[in-house]
Design a protein around this ligand. Structure first.
Ligand SMILES: Nc1ncnc2c1ncn2[C@@H]1O[C@H](COP(=O)(O)OP(=O)(O)OP(=O)(O)O)[C@@H](O)[C@H]1O
Length: 349
């Protein structure tokens, strides 16, 4: 179980003027401003869950992960990972967690991947059967042998990320924190990484906390989501809960006889004000409606009344669309500071 209680992190940043002179002046200036990267965040992540920690650029995700992994100490509040306050007991915490930061390496730059793994095995005191089992898995899924004896610093980004991901799971940690883990990976490797982490979750009960802008990773790995904005939690619940916050939904239908599509779309938009009707790639009509104005039942009743439907389906809202709207809404709210921050929604955490 991971708990954050009023977790806050502030940075003191020197004010800097424009240009080179401005940059030089910061060396002597006494003017600072406080950036509150994480602002009283509270949440609970149950053991064994797979949680996406999501938010727009600069929302405070990496800073939170750094506190949860013990790299940074909170300005106030606290967090617990499996009962440990990570920044107070860094070494004990490190034994039960695995970490991938897309931008940083946990491997030894001048050593090869097999050498790095041998060192990690000693550091974590990994039992022989566990070490062998995991290496077998990495051979099978990540083609780890192909990295050979090349020093880590000479690997491509994608090759290094394969090794980082394997290293984070090598000691069967209770929790993995992955911050942008699939940067640089091709589609086949992305899929392999998803299989690997889902296997660890199902077979060993590994808790997964994933920070990513990759919607494919979020949908394939996570069952719940924590959405942060300007350092605050604005949504916590299942991915399904998040999808239910969509403000537009759609219905797509096929007509029994060929229809004059532009005229049909116009008729729908006239009959249901605020709705958008358009032809999709397969020659069907797609009707997008605002959920605040219509229920799916009302839209369907209208369509059945006016058209001779051959087939009809209502797809799940698109996670990418839902997140884009959350980020757009948050950006609009930050542009008008008088408006209160979005409320915290809670679902099954
Ligand atoms: N060491 C630091 N010193 C000063 N400000 C910082 C520092 N680290 C982060 N910040 C600021 O804190 C805020 C949150 O940064 P953070 O890296 O946690 O965001 P993020 O959600 O991980 O963003 P991204 O999706 O772009 O990686 C940003 O405004 C950032 O500029």
């Amino acid at each position: 179980m991971i708990v954050a209680e009023n977790l806050t992190k502030e940075f003191r940043v020197a004010e800097r003027g424009p240009g080179l002179l401005g940059a030089l002046a910061t060396l002597f200036t006494r003017e600072h401003r406080i950036v509150r990267a994480v602002d009283g965040v509270s949440f609970e992540i149950p053991a064994g869950s797979r949680t996406a920690y999501i938010g727009a650029n600069g929302a405070g995700k990496s800073t939170t992960i750094k506190m949860l992994t013990g790299i940074m100490t909170p300005t106030s509040g606290r967090c617990l990972v499996a009962g440990i306050e990570p920044y107070r007991e860094r070494q004990r915490n490190a034994r039960s967690i695995g970490v991938v930061f897309g931008q940083r390496s946990q491997l030894w730059w001048d050593l090869s991947v097999p050498d790095s793994f041998r060192i990690l095995r000693r550091i974590y005191d990994i039992p022989e059967p566990v070490y062998r089992r995991n290496l077998r898995l990495y051979r099978e899924l990540l083609d780890i042998d192909a990295l050979g004896t090349t020093p880590v610093r000479q690997l491509s980004l994608g090759q290094r990320m394969r090794a980082e991901i394997a290293a984070s799971l090598l000691h069967d940690p209770a929790v993995v924190f992955w911050d942008e883990p699939t940067i640089g990976l091709d589609m086949v490797l992305k899929e392999a990484v998803r299989v690997l982490v889902n296997r660890a979750n199902q077979e060993l009960g590994t808790t997964v906390v994933l920070t990513s802008h990759d919607i494919g990773d979020i949908a394939a790995i996570c069952d719940s989501a924590l959405v942060v904005d300007r350092g605050r939690v604005v949504h916590q619940g299942t991915i399904q809960d998040l999808l239910r916050t969509a403000d537009r939904r759609s219905v797509t239908f096929d007509h029994r006889d060929p229809l004059p599509l532009p005229a049909a779309c116009e008729e729908i938009e006239r009959g249901l004000p605020g709705v958008r009707a358009s032809e999709d790639d397969g020659g069907r009509i797609r009707v997008d409606y605002p959920v605040a104005a219509f229920t799916s039942r009302q839209v369907l009743a209208f369509l059945l009344d006016r058209f001779d439907l051959a087939d009809c389906y209502a797809p799940e809202p698109d996670l990418e669309d839902v997140l884009r709207r959350v980020y757009e809404r948050d950006a609009t709210e930050s542009a008008s500071p008088d408006q209160p921050a979005a409320p915290v929604e809670s679902g099954a955490a």
